[in-house]
Ligand binder design. Structure first.
Ligand code: FAD
Length: 243
């Protein structure tokens, strides 16, 4: 793909952080956002497990320039948060600057030209191209790809079904299954998630944690039973082993 004229600002990623920057109208500045997925929203498009909600009050987990008096609950759920992000993108006319299905594969600073040379791949055509900009903002997130359940020692020998909360297997039938939840971040404590797999249909259920999580009183978390210790597996919020 040919490289059109230089941009002033390139932003990589179209999650909640990128949109905060993209909506700011800088006079005469050309801004483009490159997002590898098919939609804006980042974290809130990729994580869809039952009961997913924010773990700080929604009035705080929202943009200062776009307060939302319509939050239906203190800790809004994923569909509501995603709808809010999309609404803001549209309201502040960010969408026209956003290029979806474009993967940033690298960048280098050109000292002589005082420019960033940024490399992309257009996913639909698999073609590579380059754009140049004066400023490069990376808003690619810190937990874009789950630190997979396959990193759990011995999991390859496990004969049952294994999946990560960030890749929730929605059709999976938990009835009469033994379930182990590995990890104890916010995802593991959110009620919709655990009540579904902790429900009457599950034969036995257990959580493997490094340490119990602290949940402020009144927050929408539930406690889980600790049955063992495992070594930390990075930022993986939740892995499920089902047999
Ligand atoms: C399940 C879950 C619940 C969470 N709950 C909370 C909460 O309640 N409160 C809180 O403060 N935080 C929470 N977080 C943290 C959350 O990730 C951040 O709050 C916030 O959504 C991060 O936004 P971001 O824009 O920085 O990154 P992301 O949302 O990760 O967005 C990054 C975007 O960059 C894109 N991208 C990545 N690499 C490339 C590339 N090479 N080329 C092009 N595009 C790329 C990705 O596709 C993605 O769309 C949660 C995280 C998870 C996983």
């Amino acid at each position: 793909m040919d490289s059109p004229g230089n941009l002033d600002i390139i932003i990589v990623g179209a999650g909640i952080c990128a949109l905060a920057r993209a909506r700011q109208k800088l006079p005469k500045a050309t801004v483009a956002v490159f997002e590898k997925e098919e939609s804006v929203g980042g974290t809130w498009t990729k994580n869809t497990y039952p009961g997913l909600s924010c773990d700080i009050p929604s009035q705080l987990y929202s943009y200062s320039f776009a307060p939302n008096p319509e939050w239906s609950t203190i800790y809004a759920t994923q569909p509501e948060i995603l709808a809010y992000i999309k609404r803001v993108a549209s309201q502040f006319e960010c969408s026209s600057h956003i290029h979806l299905k474009q993967v940033c594969t690298g960048a280098e600073w050109l000292d002589d030209e005082f420019l960033w040379r940024v490399h992309f791949v257009d996913k639909p055509s698999d073609r590579s191209y380059i754009r140049h900009s004066r400023f490069l903002i990376t808003a690619a997130g810190f937990c874009d790809e789950p630190n997979g359940a396959e990193d759990i020692q011995g999991v390859q020998e496990f004969g049952g079904h294994v999946f990560h909360s960030a890749r929730w297997d929605h059709p999976f039938d938990f009835r009469d299954k033994d379930v182990v939840v590995v990890g104890n971040g916010c995802s593991a404590n959110q009620p919709g998630c655990l009540r579904r797999i902790w429900g009457d249909d599950v034969t036995t259920a257990a959580a493997q944690l490094q340490k119990p999580i602290f949940s402020p009183p009144g927050q929408n978390f539930i406690s889980v039973e600790i049955v063992g210790n495992v070594k930390p597996i990075g930022i993986t919020p939740l892995g499920l082993l089902v047999d």
